[in-house]
Design a protein around this ligand. Structure first.
Ligand SMILES: [Zn+2]
Length: 101
């Protein structure tokens, strides 16, 4: 099953920034692992069929460009388990210009 249009990444809601339980500092987020900060769902990890079948991506939001977040100031590198220190990070303004931590 394939959607007819580009999908917004549902992990970061199209912002490219993920804020989860490890991101407990205000204004800090990490680059979304799934879309690598683009905001567009790439099906990189092969989750698309599962997601569509399980209705995880619902409503199926058309991707029309990355959303910005007002609450983020610092963007850190994505990590799977434990954040490396010292943190690899860029300012959110730099992230919006295309720079990745
Ligand atoms: Zn994402």
């Amino acid at each position: 099953m394939k959607p007819e249009f580009p999908l917004e990444c549902h992990f970061c809601r199209g912002t490219g920034i993920y804020v989860g339980i490890h991101e407990d500092e205000p204004g800090v987020g990490v680059v979304c692992i799934e879309c690598e900060g683009t905001g567009e769902f790439k099906n990189k990890n092969g989750w698309l069929d599962d997601a569509l079948n399980w209705d995880v991506i619902k409503p199926h939001v058309r991707f029309e460009g990355r959303w910005t977040r007002e609450d983020i100031r610092t963007v850190r590198k994505a990590f799977w388990w434990k954040q490396e220190t010292p943190y690899s990070e860029v300012a959110y303004t730099e992230f919006l210009e295309g720079k990745l931590p």
